[in-house]
Design a protein around this ligand. Structure first.
Ligand SMILES: [Fe+2]
Length: 217
C-alpha cells in the first residue's frame, strides 16, 4: 500500500482522505480480495463493511461533498478520490451529482459496490443486446430502474448491469460512494448514447487527483 504518490504536493495514491472508517473498509477489501477468488462472493462478503461506511457520519470532507463546476463528466458532477491503490486494483471515491442533474450513460469495467450516502438517486440500468464486436456501437435496452435512498446500495459485477446512468431526484445534490476494483476515473471506459447506439471512449478523471498519461493505462 502506498501513501506517498505525488501530484503538486498532494498524495495521488493511497489514502487521499485518511479516516478510520475509510481505512477499515479498504483493509477489509484487501483481506477479502486476497482470500476470495470469486468476484460475486467478494462483493457479497464486503456488503456489511460497505453498509457500515454508508451509515457512518463525519468521515467525508465537505470539499468532497460538493459539485464540481470543472467536471470531467459535465453537469457539475464531482468525482473525488478517497483511496486509490497505486497498482490500479482498487479505488474508493465520492460522486456528487447536483439536484436534477444526471450522469451520462456509462460503464465501470470492474466489480464493486455503489451506495447512496446523501440525497436520493434514480438509477436506470441497460442491457446490451449486441455482441460488443463494434467498439463504436452498442444496442441497448432498459433492463431496470430503481430509486436509491440514503444507505441503499448495489453491486457491480460486469458485464451484468454494468451500463447505467443515475439522476439526482432530491432537492439537494446526491452523494454516492463507490468501491471499485480498478482506478475507475482513470481507466478508459465508455459513454453510451442509447438512442443512436453511439459509444465514445472517455476518462472521467478525479477532481482532486491526476490520472496517469492517457497511454499509460
Ligand atoms: Fe456509475
Amino acid at each position: 500500500m502506498c501513501d506517498t504518490g505525488h501530484a503538486g504536493g498532494h498524495a495521488a495514491f493511497g489514502f487521499l482522505v485518511d479516516t478510520p472508517e475509510i481505512r477499515e473498509l479498504v483493509a477489509e477489501t484487501h483481506r477479502v480480495t486476497a482470500g476470495i477468488a470469486d468476484s460475486a462472493i467478494r462483493v457479497e462478503t464486503l456488503k456489511p463493511a460497505f453498509a457500515a461506511l454508508l451509515a457512518a457520519d463525519g468521515w467525508l470532507p465537505e470539499a468532497y461533498s460538493r459539485p464540481d463546476e470543472k467536471s470531467g463528466m459535465g453537469g457539475g458532477i464531482g468525482q473525488y478520490a478517497l483511496y486509490r491503490a497505486e497498482d490500479g486494483s482498487l479505488c474508493l471515491f465520492s460522486l456528487v451529482v447536483p439536484a436534477g442533474a444526471a450522469t451520462p450513460v456509462h460503464d465501470h469495467l470492474a466489480w464493486g459496490l455503489v451506495g447512496v450516502y446523501r440525497g436520493r438517486q434514480d438509477e436506470t440500468v441497460y442491457r446490451r443486446l449486441d455482441d460488443g464486436r463494434d467498439p463504436a456501437r452498442a444496442d441497448l435496452e432498459i433492463a431496470k430502474r430503481q430509486t436509491l435512498d440514503r444507505g441503499d446500495f448495489y453491486a457491480l459485477l460486469p458485464p451484468t448491469d454494468d451500463i447505467h446512468y443515475v439522476r439526482t431526484v432530491s432537492d439537494t445534490p446526491s452523494i454516492s460512494i463507490h468501491l471499485l476494483a480498478n482506478d475507475t476515473a482513470c481507466v478508459w471506459r465508455h459513454r453510451f448514447e442509447p438512442d443512436t447506439g453511439k459509444v465514445t471512449p472517455f476518462r472521467s478523471g478525479y477532481a482532486n487527483a491526476p490520472c496517469p498519461p492517457a497511454s499509460a493505462r
